[in-house]
Write a protein that binds this ligand. Structure first.
Ligand code: BG6
Length: 454
């Protein structure tokens, strides 16, 4: 099928860092047909050549993954149109130039989503078109609802992609395989056997020059309103009838609807901001000294909260979500800690309960269990069964783009999920704004702020 990938706002950081490399990967994998084209619409007064020069430099940063020949082949498909994406006239001109069915990707700051979508409704989209919207989807619940209302005037829900690249990560997809393609895990996958679930995304990266976006978002909106709640939804969902867009969206929405926001904000949430320090030998300045940061915004670089999923399967089980920047080590994992055995027949005291770790990047799975010790056969020792997964064929973004181009919304966030996610985090944002939870400082390179929930 002939497709034009229309990137609105395609001269920004996101396009250079993720979209173009994702498309280049698909080019290298031979997944873009002969009649696939890219049309970039953005404000700078550039032409095709100028844009290609910029794009070439950005793509060169991914030379290890995509050969030059594929990068150049992709660049030859790219055309540039100077325009205002909130102007119906400019958008109309752009869409007239799109051959085949367009995929319209909003690679824009979320403050511009609404006027852009409104302008698109004035122009209208051809049958089969797809619209993709980057995260964060809206700035709050009311904003997300407004965006959904305009999107639904524009095209059917199945043709909307609210992107969340974590859904394209191998380990996140593997939660489905592990749970629903095996007999042995699912009978234990509930509050009778699982004591708690931790969803952790600690990063060693600092701000990386992204103040323009990050300083108005913060860790809660950047990570815990979307990526981490999506992981929670996949971990906690009921078995879907099929691994398709409709079933996955329905099962994930059921989970998110059942999530009860934290009751005691001071006990169940943590917000922190890094101060100067050293991470893996690199010196980082205070977050507030980073270029473009407004210290009085009080933006958090670390967020944590504990929620429960109030349904039959998970009643009473705490789900702890945490993510922060400039921490001492990368720790990206979902950890299910099982309840202790009902009776311990061995000496040596109660052993650690079983733990299942689903690790992201590098992807792997570990099951920590107790086995009879090599020394004393009448006592137990801790052992770990480890699986290292080979690197996925496509990066998370590459996979998302491939599914988008194929019109498969299975790796997208649905309208209900996006809105429910805001419902969950809004009370936290309100409590933080009201000063109910202090902004703790933690040194870059440390383990992060003190966590009462740990
Ligand atoms: C992005 C966040 O969505 O996800 C970043 O905006 C974060 O702040 C990133 O660093 C983490 O994902 P990945 O794929 O870069 O590990």
């Amino acid at each position: 099928m002939s497709r034009t990938f229309v990137v609105l706002g395609g001269s920004g950081d996101l396009t250079g860092r993720l979209l173009l490399p994702g498309l280049a990967e698909l080019e290298a994998a031979g997944e873009l047909g002969d009649d696939f084209a890219v049309l970039v619409v953005s404000r700078p007064d550039w032409d095709d050549d100028r844009y290609r020069r910029w794009a070439r430099d950005r793509l060169a940063e991914h030379a290890d993954r995509v050969p030059e020949e594929s990068r150049e082949r992709l660049l030859r498909r790219v055309r540039y149109l100077r325009g205002d994406v909130t102007d119906a006239g400019d958008l109309g001109r752009a869409l007239d130039q799109a051959s085949g069915t367009p995929v319209v990707y909003l690679a824009l700051p979320n403050t511009v989503f609404l006027p852009t979508l409104e302008a698109l409704t004035e122009v209208g989209l051809p049958e089969g078109a797809v619209v993709a919207v980057e995260k964060p989807f809206g700035r709050n619940l009311a904003d997300a609802q407004r965006l959904d209302a305009v999107l639904h005037r524009l095209l059917p829900e199945e043709q909307v992609f609210r992107t969340d690249h974590f859904l394209g990560m191998q380990t996140v997809l593997n939660i489905l395989g592990l749970r629903f393609a095996n007999r042995m895990f699912e009978p234990l996958w509930n509050g009778l056997h699982v004591e708690r679930v931790d969803i952790v995304f600690d990063e060693t990266l600092g701000l990386e020059g992204r103040a323009g976006y990050y300083d108005t978002a913060g860790a809660l909106k950047d990570m815990l309103q979307n990526h981490l709640l999506q992981m929670l939804a996949v971990v906690a969902m009921e078995p879907p009838a099929a691994v398709d867009a409709r079933s996955l969206a329905a099962r994930k929405a059921d989970v998110l609807r059942a999530v009860r926001p934290p009751e005691d904000m001071a006990r169940d949430t943590v917000r922190g901001r890094y101060t100067a320090g050293s991470v893996e030998g690199r010196s980082l300045p205070d977050y507030t000294a980073e270029e473009g940061v407004q210290p009085d915004r009080g933006t958090e670089t670390y967020a944590e909260y504990v929620v429960t999923v109030d349904n039959w399967r998970w009643s009473g089980v705490p789900f702890r979500l945490r993510s922060g920047k400039a921490l001492g080590a990368d720790r990206h994992e979902i950890v299910l800690r099982f309840r202790p055995v009902p009776h311990m027949a061995f000496g040596g005291g109660a052993p650690e309960p079983d733990v299942l770790r689903l690790r992201l990047d590098p992807d792997g799975i570990s099951l920590e269990i107790n086995l009879n010790g090599a020394g004393d056969p009448f006592d137990v020792e801790r052992r770990s069964l480890d699986i290292e997964l080979p690197p996925a064929r496509l990066s998370a973004y590459g996979l998302l783009l491939a599914e988008m181009l194929a019109g498969n919304a299975a790796l997208s966030i649905s309208d209900v999920e996006a809105e429910e996610s805001w419902r969950i985090v809004e009370p936290i944002l309100a409590a933080w704004k009201a000063g109910e939870v202090p902004l703790q400082e933690y040194q870059a390179g440390s383990d992060g702020p003190r966590s009462p929930a740990a």
